[in-house]
Design a protein. Structure first.
Ligand code: GLU
Length: 310
């Protein structure tokens, strides 16, 4: 990964306090950026304006500074770039690759329960375990879509994934870390596993999947280093890059820091938050050691990832 043009990023959502898992991811990105002579960027993924707050954003920056992390450009705040995502969504709409999907969460649940009761088999689920969108309105006529939208019915813009995969050749991405099952190297993208994902909402012209792909391209990110919980989502990211004509970065999915019971840390996991550890008197070096990193921030990073994966 040594490359002076390398661009790394840490992209948290400021909707809670950073915990040890975030600290690990941020430190690894920062160390790798410094070791390669490349850049380290900070991006606030704050499209969910109901849950993201300026206070959490300030705390993210304070926690990173406490850990000895410095970012090389002003942080990018997604809420300030809605026009970039809207343009990408429009480009997909122009190719008929998105449609207004009107089924609410409750309607999806009822549809799935009815299917499972009647058919005696499970409705397909995505890699995160959520039922795939039934897509009953995927092929609605333009007239019907317009009528329902102008009636004020709630909807989300969803990707027509079957149509999308017909438009691009079989896709792979370059994985320098590993999947939860240990796969590495050229990974075949399987976007169909996710079904018709949400790419935009009525009031926000984007979703996590769309904005992460657009931003990584706009910011010239060459190396996406993030937790293995996002490994499978990369199939969708790779598909969106191909549809939008964006250069894919290299990916490195790292192991997650788990709690004492082997569970993924959450933003409400109070005692593993960086702030509470800091208040309890721990130093940045203590936190580096807790997540299995030695040395100083920005120090040699060569064996960090290999060591944690072995
Ligand atoms: N904002 C995402 C999160 O906090 C991370 C996005 C990414 O690294 O691709 O989980």
């Amino acid at each position: 990964m040594s490359n002076i043009d390398a661009v790394f990023r840490f992209a948290p959502s400021p909707n809670g306090e950073l915990h040890l898992g975030h600290a690990y991811s941020a430190l690894v990105n920062f160390d790798l950026a410094r070791a390669s002579g490349g850049k380290f960027l900070l991006r606030h993924e704050d499209i969910d304006t109901a849950r993201c707050t300026p206070t959490f954003e300030r705390q993210v920056e304070e926690d990173l500074a406490f850990l000895g992390i410095e970012w090389d450009e002003a942080p990018r705040r997604q809420s300030e770039h809605m026009h970039d995502y809207a343009a990408a969504l429009e480009a997909l709409a122009a190719e008929d690759l998105v449609y207004p999907a009107f089924m609410s969460r409750g309607e999806i649940r009822a549809h799935v329960e009815r299917f499972e009761a009647e058919e005696g088999r499970a409705w397909p689920r995505d890699p995160d375990g959520a039922p795939l969108y039934p897509g009953l309105d995927r092929h609605a006529s333009t007239g019907e879509r317009e009528r329902r939208m102008s009636d004020g019915e709630r909807f989300a813009w969803r990707l027509d994934v079957e149509r999308a995969i017909e438009m691009v050749p079989a896709l792979t991405w370059d994985e320098h870390g590993a999947s939860p099952l240990g796969e590495s190297g050229a990974i075949v993208a399987r976007p169909l596993e996710w079904g018709d994902v949400i790419l935009g909402r009525m009031d926000i012209p984007t979703s996590y999947h769309l904005s992460v792909v657009v931003d990584d391209a706009i910011q010239g990110v060459t190396d996406v280093v993030r937790g293995r919980d996002l490994f499978y989502a990369t199939s969708i990211h790779r598909l969106l890059q191909a549809l939008l004509g964006l250069t894919p970065p290299r990916y490195h999915h790292h192991p997650l820091i788990l709690d004492a019971d082997g569970r993924k840390l959450s933003k409400s996991a109070g005692d593993t938050s960086i702030r509470s550890l800091r208040k309890a008197g721990l130093t940045a070096e203590d936190i580096r050691r807790m997540v299995g990193l030695s040395g100083r921030p920005g120090g040699p990073a060569g064996d960090i990832l290999r060591r944690r994966e072995s």
